[in-house]
Write a protein that binds this ligand. Structure first.
Ligand code: CUA
Length: 158
């Protein structure tokens, strides 16, 4: 079979691209440890409100300047929708949805999560500057989607 030299170049380029993509996936999985949520992060959206830790959503202090927030989302609100921390706090959010897919992003930080029913999303943000940080749902979830918001209030250290 005769393959045109021009075609050979395209075949080589395609193979190079595939190898490049495979390399990128390997680096993200094996070097950066990025993976899909594991089974330990699954919950039942129907019973999540009755079972710990999401039965008592809110903030807990886990160490000096370290906090954990369990956050529930539902049409069209977040619980809690007001979170107070002192400046410098490092906050790890564990969030999920009771009903449909919502989003969770905090302005002024790079935290941006998808809240999918059945899965717990986790992300950490550090709040160095005092002030109010608005968080919103950024995934269209129905009629009152645009009202779904809350804030992190970062207070001066006393
Ligand atoms: Cu929840 Cu949009």
């Amino acid at each position: 079979m005769r393959v045109e030299p021009y075609e050979k170049v395209w075949i080589a380029l395609s193979l190079l691209m595939l190898l490049g993509f495979l390399g990128a996936i390997s680096v993200s999985v094996f070097v950066h440890g990025i993976s899909l949520p594991g089974a330990e992060q699954r919950i039942d959206p129907k019973t999540v409100v009755n079972e710990p830790p999401f039965a008592t959503p809110g903030i807990r202090e886990t160490g000096p300047g370290e906090y954990e927030v369990y956050l529930l989302s539902m049409v069209w609100s977040f619980v809690p929708n007001e979170i107070r921390v002192p400046a410098g706090a490092r906050v790890t959010f564990h969030a999920t949805s009771r009903d449909v897919t919502h989003g969770f992003t905090i302005h002024g930080t790079n935290l941006n999560l998808m809240l999918i029913p059945g899965l717990v999303a986790t992300g950490t943000a550090t709040f160095d500057k005092p002030g109010e940080y608005l968080f919103i749902c950024h995934e269209y979830c129905g009629l009152a989607h645009q009202t779904m918001a809350g804030k992190v209030i970062v207070e001066e250290k006393s």
